[in-house]
Structures are given as structure tokens and as C-alpha cells.
Design a binder for this molecule. Structure first.
Ligand SMILES: [Fe+2]
Length: 264
């Protein structure tokens, strides 16, 4: 099966070790480390210090370059440009996700049910469907083209790997079509999706295979924007280098919302 077919059938694909990407990582590592320790990013350290969530914490530009560094490039970027046809999409600032032994510890403000969902169900979610207000109702607030995952440290397979429910993008797309077709895209953000989303998630847990992926530096993966995904707990025998398990996520936003809904 070619890689594009793999991406569309399972909802993600992985790329082998790549000297171009490794060169970008080597040049960017000082800025990646600095983003984790910067005082202005301290609020991203959560779950009693076991996860630095680091959303948009990397100071890269629209070429994916750290100031003075190389343009983001390599096999995964070629795939995004040439096979997914996102040639002109500017890179967003990357999320710097650094995880440490013991994740997830309970966090203040979290109920036991919320903690259990994070620990036992990998905090499974769809990107862009955000919880709001004291009632934690869910609305579509962000629209990403895809997710590009770039590990930058070595870690063992049990060190809070990325989790994907394979094929879930097809179930999510059917649900989105049913929910949003005929509604003007400017109104999508007003639809309370909380209840039907919970049913959707249960259906995915029942019917899709849960896979964990733990690529190493130089490798990368691309996930379909509609996949249910999350992050596993840190197994007691898992190991990582002194920086912890650090993965960067690029999720550039798109402006064509109908395309976000209907493109394959
Ligand atoms: Fe996510």
C-alpha cells in the first residue's frame, strides 16, 4: 500500500529516519529546551509537573524555522506539501509536549472522573473541539489541516506515547457531515456538540483499534485532522533521556472550513 493510501485508510502514517529532519532538530534543540524552561511558559507545566503541554510554545516562523535556523523540511514535509497538497500553508508555532515519569498525576480542579479519563482513556479527544465554561460544553473552535508529530528525544515505547484510534477519522467525518451539512460554516461554532460527541467517542472506543506510536528522533508521523487521539500514561518501567519524552506537534490552521469538513 502506498503511504497516501495508508494515511487515508488508517488515519495516520509514519516516516523513517530522515537526515533532513534530523538536521532541523539538531539546529532547533536549544530553542526547544529554552521554550520548556522559559518563565513565561511555566503555566504549561501541569499534572504535578509530569507534563509540560507547551501549546504554541516554540518560536518558529511560518517556514517552520527557529530564528537563524533552517526551514522545516524532510520526508514528512514533502508528503504534506506534495501528497496532501498543503503547499502554501504557513506553519503555526509548534506545540512542545514534554512528558516526565509519573504522568498523569492528579491536578487541582480535576475531578476523579476527569483524572481517570486521562489515566485510563489517554485523554482521548478531537483537536479543535474545545470545552468551555463551568459546564464544560464543547464547541468547534479551531480547524487544523493535519497534525505533524516530530519526536526530538529518545524514549521507550511506554513513555507516554501518542495514541490514535485507527480509522476513527471515518466515523468522525460521518458524524460531522450529519451534524454540519446544510449549516453555514460561520454558525458551526455555535452548535453545542457535547452530548453527541460523547456518544461518538464511545462508538470509537468500541469499534476502532487503539494504537500507540513512539517514533524516535529523525522519524515523524502525520495524523488526519479528524482522528480521535490522546496520550498514554507513563508506564512504571518506561525510560527517556534527561529532557524527558519531548515531541513537537505542528497543527497549522486552515481558513477553508468547507474543505476542512469535506476534503478526504
Ligand atoms: Fe490533540
Amino acid at each position: 500500500m502506498n503511504i497516501l493510501n495508508t494515511y487515508y485508510s488508517q488515519g495516520w502514517c509514519q516516516f523513517p529516519a530522515d537526515p533532513m529532519l534530523q538536521g532541523w532538530i539538531d539546529a532547533s534543540l536549544p530553542a526547544i529546551r529554552a521554550s520548556i524552561t522559559a518563565p513565561e511558559n511555566a503555566h504549561w507545566l501541569r499534572y504535578q509537573g509530569t507534563w509540560f503541554a507547551g501549546v504554541n510554545a516554540l518560536p518558529n516562523d511560518e517556514r517552520g524555522a527557529i530564528p537563524g535556523g533552517p526551514t522545516l523540511s524532510g520526508l514528512a514535509v514533502d508528503f504534506i506539501h506534495n501528497r496532501l497538497n498543503y503547499k502554501d500553508l504557513p506553519w503555526d508555532r509548534a506545540q512542545v509536549s514534554a512528558c516526565y515519569p509519573g504522568y498523569p498525576q492528579p491536578m487541582s480542579g480535576e475531578t476523579e472522573a476527569m483524572h481517570a479519563f486521562r489515566r485510563d482513556r489517554d485523554a482521548a479527544h478531537l483537536d479543535g473541539l474545545l470545552k468551555e465554561g463551568p459546564e464544560r460544553r464543547r464547541y468547534l473552535r479551531e480547524y487544523h489541516g493535519f497534525l505533524l508529530g516530530i519526536p526530538v528525544t529518545t524514549f521507550s515505547a511506554g513513555a507516554s506515547p501518542f495514541v490514535i484510534w485507527e480509522g476513527s477519522h471515518k466515523i468522525v467525518q460521518a458524524w460531522l457531515h450529519k451534524t454540519l451539512t446544510g449549516v453555514d460554516p460561520t454558525k458551526w461554532r455555535d452548535i453545542d456538540l457535547t452530548d453527541s460527541y460523547q456518544g461518538l467517542r464511545r462508538e470509537i472506543f468500541r469499534s476502532c483499534r487503539r494504537v500507540t506510536i513512539a517514533p524516535q528522533p529523525g522519524e515523524a508521523f502525520v495524523m488526519h485532522r479528524h482522528c480521535l487521539h490522546g496520550m498514554a500514561q507513563w508506564e512504571s518501567d518506561a525510560t527517556a533521556g534527561p529532557d524527558g519524552r519531548v515531541i513537537l506537534y505542528f497543527r497549522p490552521p486552515v481558513v477553508d472550513l468547507k474543505g476542512w469538513l469535506t476534503n478526504s
